[in-house]
Design a protein around this ligand. Structure first.
Ligand SMILES: NC(=O)c1ccc[n+]([C@@H]2O[C@H](COP(=O)([O-])OP(=O)(O)OC[C@H]3O[C@@H](n4cnc5c(N)ncnc54)[C@H](O)[C@@H]3O)[C@@H](O)[C@H]2O)c1
Length: 271
């Protein structure tokens, strides 16, 4: 046994992120914003990383207004030098990093039969290369700090099973997220770093709403009815449905979990 058993913490302390620094990619909107809000509530210092710097700053302002601590970092997760600079920015702001939530992702509907190489490359670059870059920079920093630390990757039910036609490139990237999660978990376990994945589906976010623009009201109604008919819990998910699970995975409540995943989809994968 190389690791000591986890100290038995009180229920109150189990979910606390007090004094920890959490980097949330794609944290300006949608699921990422929901996660950033919960980590701030759990008293983490939050680094909200996003391509959309203006929205990231708004998300930070909301956290600070609610009494939390946060900084914004404009960053394209697929760009190596900006990712390195962002982890340095987190250290400058808060002195250490403890949690990384790799959430930034894109999911354009684009049939592979017509797909341009540039579209394919962009999906892999954001969803997979970005996740690798942040994981590498974060884990090396945590190792320099003496070990510990947690990575939560946001995959998809598409990491496990296709959800719709037209997402072959997306599914390839999210399948990659699952296998990266497992193998990286093996690689960094000796440093006490845990790596797990959440597989969401059906979460109402800005990105999902954007994907529905262009549909007529009738098409929208039919699409929503069709979708809900396949969700056993009978409702859409909200960003907070993922945020609370991310908080659990990042907490000592999940201290014996690594290389694993949790499906958070209202039961959709069962149907
Ligand atoms: N919404 C769902 O139902 C659902 C289902 C399965 C998986 N997911 C996954 O959850 C994650 C978040 O999805 P969402 O629905 O909240 O999306 P969203 O589009 O609402 O928000 C994504 C955020 O990521 C940011 N972002 C996009 N590209 C980026 C880049 N290159 N660098 C930095 N930031 C970038 C965007 O600016 C935005 O703020 C994605 O990885 C997605 O694949 C979502």
């Amino acid at each position: 046994m190389t690791q000591r058993a986890q100290e038995r913490l009180s229920i109150g302390r189990l979910l606390s992120q007090h004094g920890k620094t959490a980097i949330i990619t794609g944290g300006a909107m949608g699921i990422g914003k929901g996660i950033a809000d919960r980590f701030a509530e759990a008293e983490a210092n939050v680094v909200i990383v996003d391509l959309n710097q203006e929205e990231a700053q708004k998300a930070v302002d909301a956290v600070v207004k609610a009494g939390g601590k946060a900084v914004a970092a404009g960053c394209d997760v697929s760009d190596e030098s900006t990712v390195k600079a962002t982890v340095k920015k987190a250290i400058t702001a808060f002195g250490r990093v403890d949690v990384l939530v790799n959430n930034a992702g894109i999911y354009p509907f684009a049939p592979a039969l017509q797909m341009l190489v540039a579209e394919w490359d962009r999906i892999q670059a954001v969803n997979l290369r970005g996740l690798f870059l942040f994981s590498r920079e974060f884990a090396n920093q945590v190792i320099r700090q003496g070990g510990g630390g947690v990575i939560v990757n946001i995959g998809s039910i598409d990491s496990l099973h296709p959800s719709a036609v037209g997402l072959a490139a997306y599914d390839a990237s999210k399948g990659g997220v699952l296998m990266f999660t497992k193998n990286f978990a093996l690689e960094v376990a000796p440093y006490g770093i845990r790596v797990n994945m959440i597989a969401p589906e059906g979460i109402v976010t800005e990105g999902v709403q954007k994907g529905l623009t262009g549909l007529t009201p009738e098409q929208m109604k039919a699409m929503k009815e069709q979708f809900l008919a396949r969700v056993p819990l009978g409702r859409w998910g909200m960003p907070d449905d993922i945020a609370t699970v991310a908080l659990f995975l990042a907490s000592p409540a999940a201290s014996y979990m690594t290389g694993s995943y949790m499906v958070v989809d209202g039961g959709r994968l069962l149907t």
